[in-house]
Design a protein around this ligand. Structure first.
Ligand SMILES: Cc1ncc(COP(=O)(O)O)c(C=O)c1O
Length: 305
């Protein structure tokens, strides 16, 4: 459970943290029929700012439409709800979790007529892959659990039930002494991490798998921009498992994990077995961008006033 904060936005208004509860017979709990987003708010020289707020709320809306749930709030209203929740909780930096879930009475495996509840919660959340991950990089395991085919569970949508696949993979990785899992797709190609996109570096060129079976990460897109602005060539093309093993550098990107190097995969050192230099450059340029230190990326920030 994240550390308790003051309030959670629930169905249109802020309620006390402890009062944001639900019944055990809601559909979302039984069948994973919920959709969520993950957003971060950063402390910048001009005060707290939410990173790519509208893009996240657009993706939230898109995920809900892909799943076919009835969304009672517009993208604009959800942007407002996020800002209201961050402000009320007075956290300079936080992780933001919007969620919609199927409510009471939806037990016939359809959801068009099921009532929904929508929440926005915030909490302080640093270093998703561990305190040392940012500087040292992490150990990863290629998972025995594969990403579902894109026509099976709609991999472009952040549907809660899809994350059972991620939990299986990440648990397997942790049980093997690693911090994160690398998922292959139904055709055996490298897809993404359990909750991150993946990149590799070879001969100063940055590669990342194309959009087909991955969640189209907002950090992925930001990192592609940042890397190109730093002068690196970035290619979106299929990546194989042996390419990862032989890469000079591998790194993950995601809202929760941010930019984290991968120092070892399946017991093999990646490059020198440390966070690589290209990863380091991209990581610090990204960290500057999200904290409002780079003028040209300021349009990615929405200040919490
Ligand atoms: C499966 C998966 N892939 C990739 C990502 C990275 O997406 P983003 O950078 O938008 O957080 C996430 C996190 O949301 C994820 O859950």
């Amino acid at each position: 459970m994240p550390e308790k904060t003051k309030s959670i936005w629930m169905d249109g208004k802020l309620v006390e943290w402890g009062k944001a509860t639900t019944h055990v017979l809601v559909q979302g709990l039984h069948y994973g029929s919920a959709v969520f987003e993950g957003v971060r708010c950063y402390d910048t020289p001009n005060g707290s700012a939410v990173f790519r707020l509208e893009d996240h709320m657009q993706r939230f809306d898109q995920s809900i439409r892909i799943f076919g749930m009835n969304m009672p709030y517009s993208v604009k209203q959800m942007c407002g709800a996020v800002l209201e929740t961050v402000k009320d909780n007075e956290l300079k930096e936080c992780y933001v979790r919007p969620l919609i879930f199927g409510g009471e009475g939806g037990f016939n495996l359809t959801h068009r007529k099921t009532p929904v509840h929508v929440i926005v919660a915030v909490w302080a959340w640093k270093d998703y892959l561990g305190q040392e991950s940012v500087k040292k990089g992490v150990k990863a395991k290629v998972s025995s659990f594969i990403r579902p085919h894109q026509n099976s569970v709609m991999t472009k949508a952040k549907i809660a039930g899809n994350y059972v696949n991620s939990i299986l993979a990440k648990q397997e990785a942790e049980d093997a002494g690693c911090e994160e899992a690398i998922m292959l797709d139904a055709l055996g190609r490298v897809s993404e991490g359990s909750g991150e996109n993946i990149f590799l570096v070879q001969n100063q060129i940055v590669y990342t798998p194309p959009k087909e079976t991955i969640l189209e990460g907002i950090t992925r897109e930001s990192v592609i921009t940042v890397a190109r602005d730093l002068g690196f060539e970035v290619r979106e093309e299929h990546v194989t498992r042996d390419q990862l093993y032989g890469a000079e550098e591998v790194f993950f990107t995601g809202t929760a994990a941010e930019v984290v190097g991968v120092r070892e995969i399946d017991g093999r050192n990646i490059g020198s077995g440390k966070r690589g230099p290209v990863t380091g450059k991209i990581q610090s340029a990204y960290a500057d961008a999200v904290r409002g230190k780079t003028k040209k990326y300021e349009s990615w920030l929405t200040w919490v006033k």
